[in-house]
Design a protein around this ligand. Sequence first.
Ligand code: 3Y8
Ligand code: NAP
Length: 247
Amino acid sequence: MRALILGGTADASLLAAEIARAGLDAVYSYGGRTRAPANQPLPTRIGGFGGVSGLADYIRREAITHVIDATHPFAAEMSRNAVAACMETDTPLIALERVPWTGMSDDNWIEVADVNTAVAALPEATANVFLAIGRQHIAPFAGKPQHAYTLRFVDPPETSLPFAADVIVSRGPFTLHSELEMMRTREIAWIVARNSGGDGARAKIDAARMLGLPVVMISRPELPGRPRVESVAEVMQWLGHSARLGA
Ligand code: 3Y8
Ligand code: NAP
């Protein structure tokens, strides 16, 4: 058995630790989006495969017998490629996918389908807006330059920004205390977030609720159908190993 973990999330790191503890033969894969991704206790590869055919070639060349898609719910292209490459090579695939956050009665969410509708959901009048959606998809907010934007990136920006903004450089996971502190200090009035799910970025949602702030919540992209589980233990069972529960 040789597993390929398509990683890049906190859940993927937890899975890698369990697989290493079980002594299974596996490779961890990052897309190469950040300068210094967290170290993993498994052999690690960084960078794209070269589309579906590149991933299929990798699976054959590296004698991969199982693929686990533990990427972020918004990494839709990687997930689509994994389904296609595993079909092409007849390789078992499972997705480790956390459930979306659900709005609570005292949340003030404006749910939108994508970044462009998120821009439209912001007010016309100038406001302090926290864009907690990373670096890759902020360009459309140049359509509303009147706002005072705070961005949060994993790495310092390498190119000029498409609009004036203040950038916080931090990779998370984030705490409720630090999110409240940041939002109060900057007098944030609006937050834009993606429905990532999981705990690593949930604190901003809880902070927004406590402060009574509106959150423009971008829904997840459609992902292809494939077997999916929500826990590391279920992935380990799928691999034929019972995780050391509570270990
Ligand atoms: C390279 C690996 C851990 C994993 C940390 C999780 C939690 C923090 C929430 C905010 C939202 C955002 C962003 C975010 C979260 C965790 C987890 C998660 C959101 C790292 C990582 C990689 C990436 C890539 C990066 C994206 C960016 C998105 C920042 C490592 C830290 C905003 C997603 O500069 C860039 O190009 C960054 C790109 C994809 C989205 C974007 O479009 O900018 N993640 N994030 C992975 C790879 O190369 O394969 O560097 O160690 C992983 C984590 N990101 O160790 O506990 O598990 O979800 N990541 C979003 O939710 O919108 C931050 O700021 O509140
Ligand atoms: P994406 O748009 O779905 O993927 C674009 C291309 O990046 C893929 O086709 C593939 O290139 C490469 N790629 C993506 N993830 C990879 C991986 N784990 N290993 C090898 N190649 C990978 O991906 P994304 O949204 O930019 O996410 C990139 C990485 O960041 C993923 O690991 C994801 O888990 C992590 N992440 C993303 C988000 C987010 O908001 N999107 C949040 C947290 C973490 P080829 O076609 O050349 O193979």
